[in-house]
Design a protein around this ligand. Sequence first.
Ligand SMILES: Cc1cc2nc3c(=O)[nH]c(=O)nc-3n(C[C@H](O)[C@H](O)[C@H](O)COP(=O)(O)OP(=O)(O)OC[C@H]3O[C@@H](n4cnc5c(N)ncnc54)[C@H](O)[C@@H]3O)c2cc1C
Length: 504
Amino acid sequence: MSNRYATTDVILIGAGIMSATLGTLLKELAPDWNITVFEKLDKAGEESSNEWNNAGTGHSALCELNYTPEKPDGSINISKAIKINEQFQVSKQFWSYLVNSNLIRNPQDFIMPLPHMSLVQGEENVAFLKKRFEALSNIPLFQGMEFSDDLEKLKKWIPLIMEGRTSNEAIAATKIDSGTDVNFGALTRMLFDHLKNQNVDINYKHQVDDIKRTSDGFWELKVKNLDSGSVQRHTAKFVFIGGGGGSLPLLQKTGIPESKHIGGFPVSGLFLVCNNPEVIAQHHAKVYGKAAVGAPPMSVPHLDSRYIDNKKTLLFGPFAGFSPKFLKNGSNFDLIGSIKPNNVLTMLAAGAKNIPLTKYLIQQLMLSKEQRIEELREFIPNAKGEDWDIVIAGQRVQVIKDTEAGGKGTLQFGTEVVSSSDGSVAALLGASPGASTAVHVMLEVIKKCFPQHLKAWEPKIKEMIPSYGVSLAENPELFQEIHTLTAQALGLADNNDKKHVNLA
Ligand SMILES: Cc1cc2nc3c(=O)[nH]c(=O)nc-3n(C[C@H](O)[C@H](O)[C@H](O)COP(=O)(O)OP(=O)(O)OC[C@H]3O[C@@H](n4cnc5c(N)ncnc54)[C@H](O)[C@@H]3O)c2cc1C
């Protein structure tokens, strides 16, 4: 059965952090607009945004070594690190605005202070880390970063990692206390609760199966009610495709020229989660290592204290793997179904270029639990298999497209907003740095899709995000002010150890 249904101003497809963020921004900027959400699962934040499906790192390049590549002359390129850090400051400002306005409460339910550390072994890597530290530590965004190759100091910083370490190999770490652990699942749910209070029409168990333009310039969606099996038609002036891994197939259905020659490369993930409270209590940081040679950036191993359900826990990973699904709850036909006449050459080129990566991911997928524990022992030499369980993480769909620099079928590791030239539809593709930069990315969607409103909206945007349009790296005083305000609003100024003890 199919029937035509209501027309609305905005439709958001998917109830992950991206739709949550865009919906919340739009409700502040245009409170009178009607917004409808369709989510195929029965709750918000159940795919990549869920706390067990991602690593919960508030990415701000404090510890992620892949954001600071070494240049051929041996110096460190810090431009990406600055960009990502500034984008996370935008998120923190928006979240602070929501807390200060009582639109969301209890920030400690979604963000906690946690030292971010990078850890490397071997002379060459230690030299790299030292150079990275020297390049970043004088920049206000990275203030407070410390470097050490002193074993006694490292034992204090990371006792669990240093215990039982017998190798004489050089070892060093950096540590910065202004890092965060973010529960993006909790945040997504909070934002959807807020949107519900704002009369946003949220429909769970509703799957968007098709999207096409109507003759009067609207977008018409074919939506299946997964409980009743009925099919409804909904139209809107603006549609945001925030389906995570499910965005690419929907974008392709729009038929917009911008959707052509794009493909997706799915990467699965899993974590080891510690079940021993004594081990969990011995660690208090996110510790990022260096990716193995040939490994993709998203498989950089890290050992993370996490706060989930108000309890401290410890996760290691993610181990990347290969799966043809675009969503954790997706289908094994997702990858093959995304190959269309307009992207087949792009996909074939990507296939040929990425044979080593695919081989690596398949090898990773085949690892036994004991082999994964062996990898964990690089971090925790005394790790015991029985203390760790496997949890399946979310799927990431990396964008494949033709680029000038990389040629046909180049794999992209960032996030991309693809929108129609008239701004009536936009989709978010890609996975990294992901949820941490949701506010920056959704502001990009707003800029691209609502340019006619920007002038009128700018004062409100600046009220919510005081650094909007300003480089914080170039304005240290403004950064200091924002750093203090966001730390206060989000409860990040508190003493780390106090929180550690309370929640351990
Ligand atoms: C292993 C892993 C580790 C990560 N670590 C981090 C990290 O440490 N820090 C960080 O910032 N980011 C991290 N990310 C990335 C981050 O999780 C994602 O960028 C972010 O959650 C994406 O949010 P989203 O709203 O776009 O998608 P999702 O959260 O996946 O939400 C999409 C929603 O759309 C729904 N949907 C899809 N298709 C349809 C349809 N046809 N009809 C109706 N509904 C549909 C889905 O059911 C889902 O609920 C990680 C990701 C993974 C997989």
